[in-house]
Design a protein around this ligand. Structure first.
Ligand code: KIV
Length: 304
């Protein structure tokens, strides 16, 4: 079955790699990244031309309904990674390592990172943390797996950070963030997500390290931007962070569509003739004759 798209698909796109992102930074071109957790969403954003797709552990909150990202498991991440990989042809695919998949031991971290590539169809992994994660990051990279770092607001440490709050606001905290970014670069990360940090700090870090930074709530001075797609589309309505720009109101649109459907079913407006399959008259008459023989004098349920 062939599919015809009404949208101008970004055709003949070459596969985006970690090197492509580095080259974009050198050319001063901004990198776009979005989260996806399923096949159709990944397919549409890949066709639209996004540079990178992150299968984020935000999955836990925006798709699975958990209160935080902490309960997300490797199995859940791999299940959704595979769906995204089936939908994407060109974008760089980043698998987000969930809580406790890289904190227990270096060996376990390398094994779990490997599963994202072997069983999840991802191209690389992302993990949260700075100086405390260097041994793990180095070991994963030694195993041939590219690593994207994540600094600033690191949601897996929400209990340590005392809530989802902006990071790096004091000169000391900003200094620490800069040092962490330099350490991640030295350790071999190909890129770093900067989440919820002051815009001027994010810009300073971005212009003083060689690898691309991808900002979320970190202003326009980063080398790229990422948003949680369910925030961008207005699907997730539990709360919307201040830094989100909503490009659609899907929650409202979905609600209206579901209400309309329910009303149509109740009023029998749906299915209409064009949604139904017809049957040739001769076949129908023969069916009725045969059915009568089988059913005998039984009164139809509707007439009882
Ligand atoms: O899990 C996620 O979606 C993320 C982004 C917010 C960067 O880590």
């Amino acid at each position: 079955m062939s599919t015809v798209s009404v949208f101008p698909i970004v055709s003949n796109r070459k596969k985006i790699t970690t090197i492509s992102l580095q080259q974009k930074k050198l050319r001063g071109e901004h990198i776009s990244m979005l989260t996806a957790y399923d096949f159709p969403t990944a397919q549409v954003m890949d066709q639209a031309g996004v540079d990178a797709i992150l299968v984020g552990d935000s999955l836990g909150m925006v798709v699975l309904g958990y209160e935080s990202t902490l309960p997300v498991t490797m199995e859940e991440m791999l299940h959704h990674s595979r769906a995204v990989a089936r939908g994407s042809k060109s974008a760089l695919l980043v698998g987000d390592m969930p809580f406790m998949s890289y904190q227990v031991s270096v060996e376990e971290a390398v094994r779990n990172a490997g599963r994202f590539l072997q069983n999840g169809g991802m191209d690389c992994v992302k993990l949260e943390g700075g100086r405390d994660r260097l041994d793990v990051i180095r070991a994963i990279i030694r195993a041939g797996i590219p690593v994207m770092g994540h600094l600033g607001l690191t949601p897996q440490s929400v209990n340590q950070l005392g809530g989802y709050r902006t990071q790096g606001k004091t000169s000391q905290a900003a200094q620490r963030l800069l040092e962490d970014a330099l350490l991640l670069q030295e350790a071999g990360c190909f890129s770093i997500v900067l989440e919820a940090v002051p815009a001027r700090l994010a810009e300073y870090i971005s212009t003083h390290i060689n690898i691309p930074t991808i900002g979320i709530g970190a202003g326009s001075g980063c080398d790229g931007q990422v948003l949680v797609t369910h925030d961008l589309l207005g699907i997730f309505d539990r709360f919307t962070p201040k830094f989100v720009k909503k490009y659609a109101e899907f929650h409202v649109d979905m609600y209206k569509a579901f209400q309309e459907y329910i009303a149509d079913v109740q009023s029998q407006q749906f299915p209409a003739l064009e949604h139904s399959v017809s049957m040739e008259e001769g076949e129908w008459q023969e069916f009725l004759r045969n059915a009568q023989a089988v059913m005998g004098e039984q009164v139809p349920v509707a007439l009882r």
